[in-house]
Write a protein that binds this ligand. Sequence first.
Ligand code: ZN
Length: 120
Amino acid sequence: MLSVCIYCGNNKTKALDECGECLKTPQSHTEVIHSIIMSYSEEEPYLNFISKDELEEYRKSIINGLPIKISPDTFQMAEEAFGAVGSLRSPQALKYFSRISDLVIVVVMLLILAFILLGL
Ligand SMILES: [Zn+2]
């Protein structure tokens, strides 16, 4: 995962973490979305909104103190993806899903057991 700090252009490991160089963390909604757009991952290509080359172009703008120009379409796409990923990755949702999967496993095992006992 390659993330570019939207304040100084430095590389970060995670889009929403504090920057090791300027110690700033994305705060506002716009900053969070911009930080997500300024990320590139080989492993999770569906989370990429811009190409690596574009990312480097943006980095140059940031270093030169120019405003980050992101198209409204890209911004909206990132916003929607962040909404979906954000709700799925929240600890509460994860707990909920893991509880359901535990229950599913128990039910399936009971069904198998019932089939073995009754099916003979
Ligand atoms: Zn920074």
